[in-house]
Write a protein that binds this ligand. Sequence first.
Ligand code: FAD
Length: 278
Amino acid sequence: MLPPIANRFVAGETSAETIAHVRRLNDRDVKALVNLLGEHYDDRETVAGDVAAYHTLIDDIADDGLEAAVSVKPSQLGLDLGENVFREHLAELVDHAADRGVFVWIDMEDHTTTDVTLDAYEELAREHDGGVGVCVQANLKRTRADVERLAGVPGKVRFVKGAYDEPASIAYTDKADVNRAYRELLEYAFEHFEDGIAVGSHDPAMIDYAIDRHDEHGTPFEIQMLMGVREDAQYDLAEEYEVWQYVPYGDRWKSYFYRRIMERKENLWFAVRAILGR
Ligand code: FAD
């Protein structure tokens, strides 16, 4: 059982609690991207355990007819053990998900993993004619070129600002530059990604910008936000637009929860209040 503060950001330690959360979201017209928490594994047994858990999760989603996808991290599927380990596990998961009609998103980790992640995505997206998506990060200077490459690939792309501290030689480190790059990427994507894109941001200015671009170009889009972050906005937006909530779960929740708490002082205050019982 998760402590009361953590359960704002994490659906539960078990898949049963997570499926129950997804059902509640679906009842309010919000779809779910389910992520089993875990990354940077250096042994095959742990990787195999998470891959098996994703297989079961995909079956649960399909059997229950839920509006949900899964979102996986390359290093959770064994990237630190070798590119081939990651690619084999990802291919296996995407095959299974395709059989069950469930979409698979690939999260993007730090810049050392960008090439292998995009290559794996492109191969599988072409093989399955979609059914798989990948995340790109506006803070990386290379991303514009990556996005131009991905425009012709039959999958889906999630645009985020980027969560990793990257060196200034390859990344924008100033917030204003990242925001400018993000807008430029959205502008390009709404013009060139006819099958649609995902806007992974809580930023009201970026959501408004995306809605504006959608109104002009008619390109389908979905808004993706994290569980526990601007949830009221998620439900409001879902009345008019497609909204997906990123739903983490699993027993490795502590470091994820710590990141959520530390990234905004409002979250820290929320945690303190909950501890004090106010
Ligand atoms: P920020 O630039 O952090 O903030 C802009 C404004 O948004 C704030 O001023 C505020 O108005 C609002 N806001 C932001 N956070 C909050 C909050 N906690 N509470 C209330 N208001 C808030 N990064 C990766 O590198 N790889 C990934 O695969 C990846 N996947 C993601 C998937 C999803 C669904 C989401 C939402 C994010 C993902 N990210 C990923 C993280 C992303 O890169 C950013 O680090 C993160 O979303 C913060 O940027 P932002 O655009 O949300 O807003």
